[in-house]
Design a binder for this molecule. Structure first.
Ligand code: MSP
Length: 631
């Protein structure tokens, strides 16, 4: 039986780093998973925190002219503020300089030492200060650190070693027997590949005279603990290992340690062997996600391409940032971050699909039903929309449990798109003239599909979806997945307060819409009738038109679609004057993604043909009601 508890962790971030989009990604992902599992009815514990010891920290504190502890106390604020702003619902925040953590580190060290798993020996090797690790002669690349490329120092000193090598065969067997221990499979293979070579013992101490900023070894105060040995233990110290047995039993083993692929070896080789030596069961899954790249390159301070999450959240809002991070990264693979992609995603999914659905429903309920959620009466027989709505929660749950968050998001967005399509098919703006009861049913159905979609997007965009749930008169708290995410729970009669745009459009990059291009033979592929139906073609009457200043070919045209008026931009100014156009019934594609053309918003595209004599508009040969579908 699947356990009803869910314990999820993020890496603890180096406290002196400035929080960037990579840190934000892992933490938002953990938060989204934690929120989903709460929605599924599980008991959840979500841990994050900071890593505060080691040489780099010591040096950064010195450079800032502060004592290391005071420095950490100051720096930790940036992480706390970032997580607060990004709406992170961690249950605990662990600091490695806290007494509760240091106590557990010392306890585990004493235990392992007592069992004879730690010995002292002479260590000689090449030491990389920034990476805080030793390398052998053959590891070096051109005499430099193979990991970061910086210079290394020759160091010989007496140190303490953990007998990690003796666990090599056991670890290989464990990984082979537990396919879900390291995920995704590519990372599992990477670790198994690493374990093909002999596994040495791990140097777990640093002489205090060289590095004083660490946890002293309980059995030799002249040494401090190696920073990774200290840091990994946070996952058990935070939940009361050796200090609060019932809490520890409640939460351990962790369901997921989420990490970036950069820290695979420490989590999949050091950590399991440390736990084995200490007699503690292993976590269920270590999941390593990919990197956020900035246009294919790694983010780094020296390249000046570091993306700061708070700046993005200030500019576009916290929820769109969370949405983008979850929607764009296929878990396990690298993803590329660009502000342009961010804006595109925002406009197409949030402003267009979701935002439009809400504003349409808001408008129609206000004008046809006095702002009140209409009764279910007159609902058309069970239809595709109802079926899809009923399938969606289960589908999302399975995808989230399989760590396919981007697909889960897409599944909900598909429901939203389906609901928009349903409205277009049922056309309540026409139906209201002939059948009020059926119109009520259509709007009820659309609102009900929206309610379920909003519940399912709540873990991703808690603040905006919270507003929407409130608007619909339902509560985000105490929601029961199996009882509340079913059809027909929305109560008719409640007034929907008039609300402004949920996600105001930000406008994507200028896109030139070519018109009347001759169809090239090589592009003539066969399409199905379903493909064709995806293009929503309508009759539109031109209300007004004017030239776009500074653009010889462009006209800005206002069109009437019966239920709404829109603006489109078309490259026909060399062939038509504004006066030629007014009053004409033309053919327009209305479900084309909005674009800005020379800075002017275009919400659709007219049809025209171009031959050697110029451009000719596609028009209707008799006056036709605006908004009529062309098929
Ligand atoms: N302190 C160690 C972790 C100890 S855990 C017991 C550490 N800290 S870190 O500040 O460098 O954070 C590394 C983590 O930040 C990565 O594993 C990943 O979760 C996240 N990211 C940092 N840069 C990233 C990207 N560019 N893209 C995605 N996530 C990355 O290592």
């Amino acid at each position: 039986m699947k356990s009803d508890k869910f314990y999820i962790t993020t890496p603890i971030y180096y406290v002196n780093d400035e929080p960037h989009i990579g840190h934000a990604y892992t933490t938002v992902l953990a938060d989204v998973l934690a929120r989903y599992h709460r929605l599924f009815g599980q008991r959840v514990f979500f841990l994050t925190g900071v890593d505060e010891h080691g040489q780099k920290l010591k040096e950064a504190a010195q450079a800032a002219g502060q004592d290391p502890q005071a420095f950490c106390d100051r720096m930790v604020g940036r992480f706390l503020a970032t997580w607060k702003k990004l709406n992170i619902t961690n249950d605990d925040f662990i600091r490695t300089t806290s007494d509760r953590h240091k106590k557990v580190v010392r306890h585990i060290l004493s235990e392992i030492y007592r069992k004879g798993e730690i010995y002292t020996g002479q260590y000689e090797g090449w030491y990389c200060v920034p990476e805080e690790r030793f390398w052998t002669e053959k590891d070096l690349m051109d005499g430099n650190c193979p990991s970061c490329g910086r210079g290394v120092k020759r160091i010989a000193e007496r140190n303490y070693f953990f007998r990690m090598g003796k666990y090599q065969d056991w670890l290989i067997g464990y990984i082979q027997d537990h396919p879900s221990f390291i995920q995704p499979a590519t990372r599992r293979n990477e670790v198994l590949g690493f374990l093909n070579r002999p596994l040495g013992d791990l140097c777990i101490s640093r002489p205090r005279k060289r590095l004083s900023w660490g946890i002293p070894l309980p059995f030799d105060p002249d040494y401090v603990t190696y920073v990774w040995f200290d840091a990994l233990i946070n996952y058990v110290s935070a939940i009361g290992y050796d200090t609060d047995d019932s809490a520890f039993q409640r939460w351990w083993p962790a369901t997921y340690h989420l990490i970036g692929k950069d820290i695979l070896t420490t989590h999949c080789v050091y950590w399991p062997t440390m736990l084995k030596a200490a007699g503690i069961p292993l976590p269920e899954t270590v999941f390593a996600h990919g990197w956020w790249l900035i246009k294919e390159t790694k983010m780094s301070k020296s390249l000046g391409n570091v993306v700061r999450p708070l700046e993005l959240a200030d500019r576009y809002g916290v929820d769109p940032l969370r949405y983008f991070l979850m929607r764009e990264m296929v878990l396990g693979q690298d993803a590329s971050f660009s502000e342009e992609a961010f804006r595109g995603r925002y406009d197409s999914d949030l402003a267009n699909d979701l935002g439009n659905l809400v504003s349409r429903l808001n408008r129609m309920v206000a004008s046809y039903f006095d702002g009140k959620i209409p009764s279910k009466g007159g609902r058309p027989a069970v239809n595709e929309l109802v079926n899809q709505t009923l399938r969606t929660p289960k589908g999302v749950k399975e995808l989230v449990e399989g760590l396919k968050v981007n697909q889960a998001v897409e599944t909900v967005l598909n429901l939203i798109r389906r609901t928009n399509k349903y409205l277009e098919d049922e056309a309540p703006w026409k139906l209201i003239r002939v059948d009020r009861e059926r119109t009520a049913g259509v709007l009820y159905n659309a609102l009900e599909a929206l309610r379920i979609a909003v519940y399912l997007l709540y873990p991703i965009m808690p603040s905006k979806m919270g507003e929407l749930l409130d608007w619909l008169g339902v509560s985000p708290s105490a929601v029961r997945f199996d009882q509340d995410l079913v059809w027909g729970k929305l109560t008719p009669g409640r007034t929907l307060s008039d609300r402004g745009a949920l996600f105001p459009r930000i406008g994507t990059k200028e896109i030139r819409v070519p018109i009347g291009k001759q169809i090239k033979e090589e592009l003539q592929e066969m399409i199905t009738i379903e493909d064709f139906k995806m293009v929503d073609l309508r009759v539109a009457r031109v209300v007004s038109a004017e030239r776009v200043p500074g653009a010889d070919k462009l006209l800005k045209i206002k069109i009437d679609l019966g239920t709404e008026q829109r603006q489109i931009v078309a490259g026909i100014a060399e062939h038509y004057t504004p006066e030629d156009l007014v009053g004409k019934d033309i053919a327009v594609v209305i479900n084309l993604k909005p674009a800005r053309i020379r800075g002017v918003e275009s919400n659709g595209m007219l049809l025209a043909a171009e031959d050697k004599d110029g451009v000719v508009l596609v028009t209707l040969d008799q006056p036709t009601q605006s908004g009529t579908k062309i098929s």
